[in-house]
Structures are given as structure tokens and as C-alpha cells.
Ligand binder design. Sequence first.
Ligand code: LLP
Length: 425
Amino acid sequence: MDHFAYRDGHLFAEDVAVSEIANAVGTPFYCYSRATLCRHYDVFAAAFEGHDALVAYAVKANSSVAVIRALARRGAGAALVSGGELRRALAAGVAGSRMVFSGVGKTREEMGLALDAGILQFNVESEPELRALSEVATARGVEAPVAIRINPDVDAKVHRKITTGLRENKFGIEWTAAPEIYARAAALPGLKVVGMSVHIGSQLLDLEPFRQAFAKMRDMVFRLRADGHRIDIVDVGGGLGIPYDDLPSPAPEAYARTVLDALGDLGCRLVLEPGRMIAGNAGILVARLLYRKEGAVRTFYVVDAAMNDLLRPSLYDAYHHILPCRRPAPGVGNIEVDVVGPVCETGDTLARQRNLPPMAEGELLAVRTAGAYCAVMASAYNSRPLVPEVLVSGDRWHLARRRLTAVDLLDLESVPDWPDGDDRA
Ligand code: LLP
């Protein structure tokens, strides 16, 4: 359930007309609904009520500080994959003790930042990383809380670019090698083994791969405890899928049962890292129709948002619903269009052969389910500056990030002032 709906024929975000925001900040822009974010968080957290569970929102899905803050106020922790995300989570008021840090390429600088913040757990993904963390922690005279991220070799059955739990993927440590790695971790100075983590992929619509991965985790916890390790925290990662089209997706309660059936009785604190499930349907991308172009065999709606603003269709062939912000009059038939952006690539197609009402130039459209992995994946390709992010709450809205300008981009650059003739042509 989300809070984007038509009122008197106009699309609203909670109690604010989307067109009102467009008039104030221009287009394109991202619009997030605070009530939707909080509802998703509450439903997810409620599914684990009565258990020692930390819901660490995966900041990578939507790292707007205003979004993280809204969730942190609700009780969310943060699941991080970079020092930049760590700084954002701190700026949003998340306590270090409610943060976990994954990723195969943590730098020593990032490790230092995370140790200074007193994070709950590093999810370590390789033996060299273990040694680096040991050195960084020892140099600081502290102990780094460590979980090993296990790669359970389970096929999540999702798009190949977002599956992470297969043995050929770069993530985690092959699960059969875990006992050996735990023994090494226990022997290194500056490390304190506290738990185990896993994350098998994203946008899972089937719970079975989770079941398989968690069963392997469970067995491994017993094995490691028998070896004398303390496993107090079990971090099951994120991955719960959401409906982009109208296909059903598993309810948080069913997902929670899958987690708890496998891992609920181990006496461990559970860490959950949902990202998409919290933020996905809490956001839209609003764009304006620039031109209606009749091609040789297709009609194109050329809009002012492009693949640099919303990469998922180009990168993953992802489907996003698109709505006109003004509902057509009853009886008006749809036409089939491709919704494309101004970027000079055929891949810059937001939607292909979509049924939309006839629209006039200047009208607004909304791309749905754009709260997760959209603004965060934007680039300035074609020198198109990043677009604003707006957070709505009830009848209020707030510009959470202003629009960058071409001048902002140019200000980052300079040309060499080498004397003429020194161009080494
Ligand atoms: N934890 C870890 C360690 C992760 O790598 C991820 C996502 C999550 C948690 C959150 O997963 P979620 O609950 O959001 O599925 N850009 C892609 C998605 C990449 C996800 C990467 N990892 C997309 O647009 O579909």
C-alpha cells in the first residue's frame, strides 16, 4: 500500500498535488512519501515483534538523509556498504551501534570511520579483508566486531546482475570454507567474532532460496559453536521483492516466518537488511512530456527524465508503471507509446510499448516504484545534472536535495594553464 493516489483526477502524494511540487521545483524530480516509508518499515518490523531483531534499513536503496532520518526515528538501524553511506546514516541520527557494514572492497579509511562510529558489526567478505581490518583495529587499540559473510551457493532466481549468493559471485566466503576462516579470524588480533551474515540477492519473489540459504546458515552456526566460536548475531541481509507489475510478492509476515523458522531458536540477535521493500513503492519520479513524436512505426513520448535519472529499465530491463498525473476523462482510449528520454542512446527508454492516454506536451507523468535504486543510481551522463528529491508528509513537502545545475558541474572542473605550445600535440 502506498500514498500516491488520484484526487479529483489529479495525482497526489499524500495530501499534496504532485503538480504543485512540479511548479515549485521544476521537473524531473523524485518525490517520496514519508507515510509510505514508515508504513513499510512498521509492517516489516512488526513481523519480527517479540524477537531480538534489528531492522537495519539498507541505505543503498535510497540514501537521502531525509529518508534515512524518517526511518531512524521509527527505530530503523542502517545497513551500509560504503563510508559515504556511513556518513549519511550518522547525519540522519542513526547510532553506530545500530549499523552493519558489508561489501567486498571496504578501504582501510572506511574501516577506520566505522570503528570510530562504533558499528555493531563488519560483515567481512574475504580473508585479505580480515587481515586489513585486524591491522586497522589494532593500530587504533580497539576490537572490531566481525561476522563472516557466507556465500551459501544458492540461486536466488533473480536478474543475473543482482544475484549474489552463487559461488561464482564475488560476495562472501564459500560456505564450506567458513570454519577455516572463522578459525583465522579468532586468531587475529583486534578482531572479535560476533556473528555470521548472508545476502543472496535482491528482488526475490520466491521464499524458497531464502529457506535454503538460512538452512545452511543454521547448520553452520551449530558447527561454529562446536568449534568454540561465539555466534551471537545472525544477519540475513535483504532481498525481499516487491510488485513492480501486478505479480504477487511475498508478504513480510511470510518472509519473517521463513527467517524465524530457520534461525529464530538459536538465541541469536537477528539483523534484517531490507532496502527495496521499505523504499521502492514510497517514491515516484515525476517528468514532463516534452514532445509527442510520431516515428515510422512507433509513437514516442519524449519526456524530460532519462536513463541518467532512472537507470533500472536500461540496466536490468526493469518494468516500472507509468501514470499520467492528470487522469484522463472517462471514455478516452489509450494509445501505445514508448516513453523515452533525451539521452542519445536507444537504451534511454523508460517504457516500451506502453498503453497510456493521449497526452499534451507539458503534461506530467509519474514513474512508479521509483523510491529504491533510482535516485541513488543516477548520474550526470550527457551533462544532465542530478534532479531534486522531495519528501512529502501529510500536507507538507520538503526539498530534501536541491537540483544541481550545469554551473555546479562546471565548478568541479578546471583546464590546465600550461603555456601555449606545451600541448605536446
Ligand atoms: N544487504 C546487502 C549486503 C545488499 O547488497 C543489499 C542489496 C541489501 C541488503 C538490500 O537488498 P534489498 O532488500 O533492497 O533487495 N540496483 C539493483 C539492486 C541491487 C541490490 C544490491 N544489494 C536494482 O535496481 O534492482
